[in-house]
Design a protein around this ligand. Structure first.
Ligand SMILES: [Cu+2]
Length: 267
């Protein structure tokens, strides 16, 4: 009996040898990329894109505007621009800006944002991104990546209303813009147009900080236009954007340079 037991336990150990090639097949499958092919077939993995779809959160970046497919040809274009000359005395110091800075589009229109200068984003004011939501309630939080210089980013504006946007790297320097989607009558204006105090002032914040940390900065003056100042110009009034079409950056800059010019006409 013990001999039989020994022979039965010995047999499987000798017979188990043929199973080793089966185990070695796994690295081979991996090397051939067969595992990867299976997951690709199950749909788009996170971060990949369908070539004809503008992602609701991340839009559609291209390294070169000539790479934009025929089905995504834009209806409008906005430049992400930088100042070409030194600012004149008395003018706000606008180093980077959207141009046009006010735009009227139809619901479903595609806007191409062209990165003429480096290091920008196109980002929605949204609670999920850390600011008061200043896009329609149905709009998701969205942002472009930092697209390479000369590239572009597409976004489709699907919801009627007012979209306030900013550039992440240059928000503090007043790089913001407004898009009005569809026909928005004055009695349909969103509540956030009534709360400009929720828009970062930056200037006041930084003046206060600088004074706190050094006596030498007591008389410091913030020379950049603040997002709050820009959004409250009459040039970016949603009715005016709808009536007059694209608002060039220069309209806002000129208004900020001499605010009395706007008020004297009404007095
Ligand atoms: Cu920027």
């Amino acid at each position: 009996m013990p001999q039989n037991m020994d022979s039965t336990t010995e047999e499987p150990t000798t017979e188990s040898i043929p199973t080793t090639p089966a185990l070695e097949r796994r690295p081979l499958l991996k090397a051939l990329g067969i595992g990867a092919a299976v997951s690709l077939g199950s749909g788009l993995a996170a971060g990949e894109r369908d070539n004809d779809e503008i992602h609701p959160n991340y839009g559609y970046p291209v390294q070169n505007p000539s790479d934009i497919p025929e089905s995504l040809q834009p209806n409008h274009e906005v430049q992400l621009a930088g100042a070409e000359s030194a600012p004149e005395p008395g003018m706000p110091v606008s180093l980077f800006f959207f141009d046009p800075i006010g735009l009227h589009v139809n619901s479903g229109d595609i806007v191409q944002f062209t990165f003429n200068t480096p290091d920008h984003t196109v980002t929605a004011y949204h609670e999920a991104i850390g600011f008061q939501q200043r896009v329609p309630a149905e709009a998701p939080p969205f942002s472009s990546p930092i697209v390479t210089q000369g590239g572009a980013w597409l976004y489709r504006f699907d919801h009627e209303g007012v979209y306030d946007l900013y550039c992440g790297p240059h928000h503090i320097l007043g790089m913001v813009m407004r898009v009005v989607v569809g026909d928005v009558a004055e009695d349909e204006y969103p509540d956030y147009l009534e709360t400009p105090e929720e828009i970062p002032p930056f200037g006041e914040e930084f003046e206060n900080l600088l004074v706190q940390f050094s006596d030498e900065t007591e008389n410091v003056e913030w020379v950049f236009p603040t997002p709050r100042e820009i959004f409250t110009t009459s040039a970016l009034d949603p009715a005016r954007i709808q009536d007059e079409g694209p608002v060039p950056y220069s309209a806002v800059r000129d208004e900020l340079a001499d605010p009395r010019a706007e008020t004297t006409t009404t007095q």
